[in-house]
Write a protein that binds this ligand. Structure first.
Ligand SMILES: NC(=O)c1ccc[n+]([C@@H]2O[C@H](COP(=O)([O-])OP(=O)(O)OC[C@H]3O[C@@H](n4cnc5c(N)ncnc54)[C@H](OP(=O)(O)O)[C@@H]3O)[C@@H](O)[C@H]2O)c1
Length: 327
């Protein structure tokens, strides 16, 4: 098979190699997927650059992707051969991810992809869509709530706005940093959009909520926004935190205890099995219903993986960066 890999951590252009490798054989309980697409997420460049130890001497990056089941290992229903699928956790605690023409994964990590969903969209589900779902669904969900989605034009944020609305949020406020991102967040369903670089977020949120604050913050960068939290969250409010721009962060203790706010940290790779099952089922139900907009910001061939990593690392693309693995 054709694949991209690295054998040491470092900058994309120094460590990523594209070449030929043996196509894996599906083991017991596994399926072999012929990949059409591979999704690139911030986690992929962070892992490649060395924030996590090498999972193996050679790593094929990327956890998200979509394609067609080509073969199945012992114990797997032969009826799955030919099924369109999307992948989750392709390179979480595993050596070989989706930046390749093939991947062998446990059968449950290849989820049926509805016929009406493109392979490009299928490469955005394992991390961005499931993270957004978890952020709005966890700890009682958002029905009737006012929700602030920080970074509403991001890959996760764009889904979080949509899913908050789908799960019954009364009002969704998003923060963004440009006119194009404002339009993107509004098109996803945001009722109000705040340009966090040009406007005073605390004042705007308090104005929009008559001084009460929001019930839930979906946080993309807690290190940057920690000081805002007790000022924008309602009494005994909640923050679902999935990102931080820095490894260490501090919170203003006095304001936080006075606000009564709770923070849920989570990483999508480690969803509890019951939550994973519920999230996968919900995402697929929304796909079947045509209820989700997908933001495919850029599609590049597998051979251009260095450019893809550099674009994601630079935050240069609005929406998901996806590799075409068919070329
Ligand atoms: N916990 C998990 O399981 C999980 C899952 C997925 C992603 N993540 C992490 O979450 C982060 C975002 O991932 P992504 O794929 O959505 O990335 P993305 O597509 O680059 O989106 C990030 C968005 O956040 C905005 N942003 C940056 N700093 C901000 C701030 N201080 N306040 C408000 N908005 C801000 C960015 O726009 P501007 O820079 O223009 O503001 C951008 O629109 C990354 O750190 C990633 O590693 C964690």
């Amino acid at each position: 098979m054709r694949a991209a890999w690295y054998e040491r951590n470092g900058p994309a252009r120094e460590v990523l190699v594209v070449g030929e490798m043996p196509t894996p054989t599906p083991a017991a309980g596994e399926v072999l997927v012929r990949l059409a697409t591979s999704g690139v997420n911030p986690s992929d460049w962070k892992t490649r650059s060395g924030t996590r130890p090498m999972a193996a001497p050679r790593v094929i990056p990327h956890s998200d992707g979509a394609g067609v089941i080509d073969a199945v290992g012992p114990g797997v229903d032969h009826g799955r051969i030919g099924q369109r699928v999307w992948i989750w956790n392709g390179q979480w605690k595993r050596a070989f991810g989706t930046a390749a023409t093939h991947i062998a994964v446990p059968t449950e990590q290849a989820v049926r992809l509805p016929d009406t969903t493109s392979f490009e969209a299928g490469a955005c589900l394992g991390i961005p869509a499931l993270t957004a779902w978890r952020a709005v669904q966890t700890d009682g969900g958002v029905a009737g709530q006012t929700v602030l989605v920080a970074g509403g034009a991001g890959a996760v944020g764009h889904y979080a706005i949509q899913m908050a609305k789908l799960l019954g949020a009364a009002r969704v406020i998003a923060t963004v940093s440009s006119a194009a991102k404002t339009a993107h967040a509004r098109a996803a369903g945001a009722d109000e959009v705040i340009d966090y670089r040009a406007e005073n977020v605390v004042e705007r949120v308090r104005d929009l909520t008559s001084g009460r604050g929001v019930d839930r913050v979906v946080e993309v960068d807690l290190a940057a926004n920690a000081a805002l939290l007790p000022q924008i969250v309602a009494r005994d409010g909640f923050c679902a935190c999935y990102g931080s721009g820095k490894a260490e962060m501090s919170l203003p203790f006095g304001p936080m205890i006075l606000s009564g706010a709770a923070i849920r940290f989570f990483i999508v790779y480690e969803l509890p099995p019951a939550a994973r099952e519920a999230g996968v089922a919900q995402v697929n139900a929304w796909l079947e219903a045509g209820a989700l907009q997908h933001a495919i910001g850029r599609v590049l061939p597998l051979a251009d993986i260095v450019a893809a990593h550099e674009a994601v690392e630079a935050g240069a693309v609005m929406g998901n960066v996806v590799l075409d693995c068919t070329g």
